[in-house]
Design a protein around this ligand. Sequence first.
Ligand code: ZN
Length: 413
Amino acid sequence: MTRSELSDHKLRAQQRVAEEGQALIALSRRIHETAEIKFQETRSSQWVADALKEAGFSLELGVAGLPTAFVARLGTGSLNVGICAEYDALPVVGHACGHNIIAASAVGAAIALAPLADELDLTITVLGTPAEEGGGGKIFMLQHGAFDGLHAAMMIHPAPIERDAMATLANSRIFVDYTGKAAHAAAAPDRGINAGSALSLAQAGIGMMREHLRSTDRVHGIVLHGGDAMNVIPERTKGEWCTRGASVDHEAEVFERTVNVFKGAALMTGCSVSITRNGPLYADVRTDEDLATLWRSNALLLGRASLPSQPSDGYASTDMGNVSYAIPTIHPLIALESHGANIHEAAFATAAGSESGDQAVLDGSTAMAWTIVDMATNEALRRRLSSTTFRVADVDRSERWLGFDSDSEITYP
Ligand SMILES: [Zn+2]
């Protein structure tokens, strides 16, 4: 298809993005400058919600008990497509993950489709999803039914590369607390139980375990507390660790082996250990290939050389992964000119507030709107997508990707 063969729907969507372009860019820049971190995105979420309200969307604020989460909806069509708007920044480096672009392009796509919703028999749902950076906002929204009724979900993510999907790993974050017994390190070491030794042995054990992990598995962590005084046998130590795998099942294996290492170090030293989850499990993204192919062809029409994810791509994690276990999902990457910087680096925050970031807002809006037009008008795809409607109540609560075990605790012995 060439540009001149764009359907009337696509032309109208593109026109609408052009008309709203300056407002969308201003929204992106405002969120970028404000840079509110996880669960504190009060102003950013309000600006996004306001823009949708102005375009005729109904609004439900504070969903899932999260003050900065919302669901906006327009239309009553039989195909219900969700667009996720992230808007949280990172501590210190601000919008180095470019979530301002995600938020503004979600608004852009939604506004572009609003006048077409009835003709295309669509319901457009925009989910304001807080705290992607470690808070797992989407997972709590999933649990509370905010994604119920959807047939597909999408968002774009800025990156240094142009891809129809992001290479992802499932991950769990844990706190590890060892408890031993304090004693004078010179006068009565025989009376002590060394929680510092337990943590050191655990690190050595994890290092040796790595030899036997898959190339996509990861275990990494830091010591948060190593003791209180050099001449006192440490009674308490604390670390924070992360386990990752290419799927929720792989991650579960890495998680179990890592927990066993922490328990083993407790047994060797006579300490006790408590392991608690620091937030819900993030699942890997299971890309819907049909939707990714549509995205790619639309991105190409806009002059973006989008590719499928490549073996050399680095891995990241996102709570959109959990959504993808529930609903057909895409999470394509849209490239910014970042002069070599990758996401979460300070220079990427600069790119997210640059003209290249602005162009990503416009192209992201248009390509998402076009992809949704394709979903609505391709009969076979539409039939497949609308054949299953997600309801969280239909899912077994023990499914790890739903994250209901996110505050579970493992103690040993
Ligand atoms: Zn991100």
